[in-house]
Design a protein around this ligand. Sequence first.
Ligand code: AHG
Ligand code: MN
Ligand code: MN
Length: 332
Amino acid sequence: MPSSMMTVEQHILEEQRRHFPHSSGEFSWLLSGITYATKIIADKVRRAGLVDVLGSAGVENVQGETQQKLDVLANQALLTSLAGRGNVAIMASEEDAEPIVVSRDRQQGRYVVVFDPLDGSSNIDVNVSVGTIFSILRREPDPQQTRPPLDDVLQPGYRQLAAGYVVYGSSTMFVYTSGNGVAGFTLDPSVGAFVLSFERISMPEKGSLYSVNEANADSFPDEYRTYLARLRAGLDGRVYSSRYIGSLVADFHRTLLKGGIFLYPPTKANPKGKLRLMYEANPIAFLAEQAGGMATDGTQRILDITPTGLHQRTPFLVGGRAEMELLMGMLN
Ligand code: AHG
Ligand code: MN
Ligand code: MN
């Protein structure tokens, strides 16, 4: 099939057949539950202002942040779509304090899906790119149903079966990995399908952009400030420029395609970092490594961190090999 007609569902099926010849197609069916929900979200994002999705929903989520209407809608779209797949036992969302058990599939369900339904909420009302991030884990059989659902969720990032995001930007793109490289698909509104647009994405080893919220710079540990000054002074003849959108998905998507580095270091307000391990750092780190990049918390590989809480935060540094190796050399 010419790649221009290759949809994400077809790609996933082919990936599964190529790497797991006896696969049942269950995984592909699960991922189509995610693509379906993100098409609903994309429709609302594209018509924000015409449909009632702008502004605050007037309630606080478990993070203590005011939920935006689109946070709530995106969360509902994913919960509903995934609960109907018949193979998801547990779902865990940034917007819900505890994991959600899909009771009907508690026994048969082989998958756990963790997600940030709407990333970059502060940008919704000002028409700036936002995203959805997801991470898929295996749920080991538990016939006696003795294992607490949270134990099924809190797995280290290297155990992810797949991870990806949708960026609702100038185009809507679905980017994912199932452990065999990173592929990108663009939503073709004329047919309502995510069609293959980037066969295999690899992150440039050396870039010329860094992405950090400079307003926090005074509270970064000294080594970070020294590092950023080093990039501004130039590295191997490359003078760096700064880009910061404030939506992790959009800032990472640019880093994935153009190279460079994204940093959310420890700050006074967030001494353990702001970004959440399970549904922001882990999925993005999986994609970064699959594209040839690196992702750490400043001391260890993100994917090696043993989670202790669904909403735990971590410092998050992700980017191309050259920028990351220099930073790790300065931090350790
Ligand atoms: P979310 O909207 O899911 O809460 O995520 C927002 C995150 C992430 O998207 C972004 O990189 C970061 O918050 C920006 O934080 P600052 O505004 O503190 O820079
Ligand atoms: Mn987020
Ligand atoms: Mn969010």
